[in-house]
Design a protein around this ligand. Sequence first.
Ligand code: SF4
Ligand code: SF4
Ligand code: FES
Length: 233
Amino acid sequence: MQRYVNVIIDGATIHAPRGSSVLDTAIEYGICIPHLCHVPYLSDLGACRLCIVEHVVGGRASITTSCTLQVQEGMVVLTNTERIRRLRRNIAELLVAQAPNSRAIQDIAVRCGVSEVRYPFRHADCVLCGRCVRACNELWKARAKGFVGRGKNRHIDYPFGVRPDFCKQCGACVQLCPMSIPPCNGPMKPGEEYLCGQCDAQLIISEKAPGSCTWCRLGDGFACGRYAGARSR
Ligand code: SF4
Ligand code: SF4
Ligand code: FES
């Protein structure tokens, strides 16, 4: 079996390792797809939906999350169409409404073109991205926390709400949580929410040099794989 497949992402033909995801392939090639729940060394869950792309099959495009979509020979993917930008902006807006105090989410939202939030702010302390759960399960094999409940009641917790003895207190769950990076100017009060946008400087560079990667980090603490791997196109 061939170890590489040819995929076309935004018109560029890319030779990608079989089994890799569209998101990893795009990032490796320098194509920026916003993402939140993806962590390069953990399994993908498709939780945040920020990484959506159009997958074109037989002339018809379906929308799917690029972190959970594996590359296939001849695959055609569009990452930055008007439709995708609109949907992604809406997803980012909902994330900010859910957790306006997360600087990581604010930064990503600004990069997705969000300038105002039309939804009520919920001030939740979690966006259910599952980064903490996967870090705990996959890095440390501790299984000390997980998703609990369904629908509106779904949340992250320890078994029976009590930190178990087998929690290794490694801190990985906190380090990877988008809620652990406070906004620059301190916690926002209900009714005083705003989009920080103070990380716009990199975006201004990208407007002046369209198509070039500005190593923006996609939200402080959320390096895209390209930044983390210090690879260049
Ligand atoms: S601190 Fe405990 S709950 Fe958090 S990742 Fe480590 S083992 Fe898991
Ligand atoms: S606690 Fe943090 S890392 Fe865990 S699911 Fe919620 S937002 Fe994500
Ligand atoms: S990064 Fe793909 S769904 Fe979150």
